[in-house]
Design a protein around this ligand. Structure first.
Ligand code: PEP
Length: 259
């Protein structure tokens, strides 16, 4: 079955890498995916390496085959916000996207849905694509609360967005129990939630929902991505551990975009 939405894979490098290490990894990824035509690819280095990596991945000032994403941003543009980074500053160093509401931000840094909404709308104003993460904990899944939790996160994160803004976002479904645990959701579990997300968006913006790209994240590997991508509403992956090796990330992108 032909894909109706272009496959998209983003490597989330989290808190890893010096500038030199990040440049080496980004260069290898670029070289490995440069010939692939049917897929979008991005990498998300630490803040400290964003500028160097973005410059490296541009070819003669023109965007190359791999885009750069940040892992977070603040919602204000400037002012007395020590330690914060504005979306326009990310755009200024060459970022095209920003991951927002990752479960590690929610769990370790106390980020709430309202903050994810403010950050996402600020990112859109700066011309960035927000990759908005949602996902349930194991306790919530075991209690049968998965879809309710996803609905609350989604409604909170997308509040007050126009249809034109919804058209520019990417959603990542990342069950918390699957992140970094080696235990991925089954394709059926992923599809159920991805379909729910698309249906929920369709209730607000029926013309946008069929175009919305919904990534799966949580222990995605080269050997399980094909089965996930075979599901109708899985459009790509947000990849942690397997994106820290160029070889495994390139293989994953090839496997995922071939299916
Ligand atoms: C992530 O951090 O977004 C993630 C999905 O990590 P991993 O692939 O390592 O589970």
């Amino acid at each position: 079955m032909a894909r109706t939405r272009r496959a998209f894979f983003c490597g989330n490098w989290k808190l890893n890498g010096t500038i030199a290490e990040s440049l080496a990894l980004a260069t290898d990824v670029r070289n490995g995916v440069a010939s692939l035509r049917e897929v979008d690819v991005a990498v998300a280095p630490s803040f400290t390496a964003l500028h160097a990596v973005a410059k490296r991945l541009q070819q003669d000032g023109v965007d190359g085959p791999v885009m750069v994403a940040a892992q977070d941003c603040f919602w204000e543009e400037k002012g007395a916000f020590t330690g914060a980074v504005a979306p326009s500053q990310l755009a200024d160093v060459g970022c095209k996207l920003v991951i927002l509401g990752h479960s590690e931000r929610r769990q370790l840094f106390g980020e709430l849905d309202a903050a994810v909404n403010l950050k996402s709308r600020a990112a859109l104003r700066a011309g960035l694509t927000p990759i908005i993460c949602v996902g349930e904990t194991l306790a919530e899944r075991d209690a049968g609360e998965t879809l309710g939790r996803i609905q609350a996160q989604l409604d909170g994160a997308l509040a007050d967005m126009t249809d034109a803004e919804l058209e520019r976002i990417v959603i990542a479904y990342e069950p918390v129990w699957a992140i970094g645990t080696g235990r991925n959701a089954t394709p059926g579990q992923a599809q159920e939630v991805h379909r729910f997300i698309r249906t929920r968006v369709a209730m607000r913006a029926p013309a946008v929902a069929p175009k919305l790209r919904i990534l799966y994240g949580g222990s995605v590997k080269p050997d399980n991505i094909r089965a996930l991508m075979a599901e109708e509403d899985v459009d790509g992956g947000l990849v942690g551990g397997a994106s820290l090796s160029a070889e495994s990330f390139i293989r994953l992108v090839k496997e995922g975009s071939a299916s």
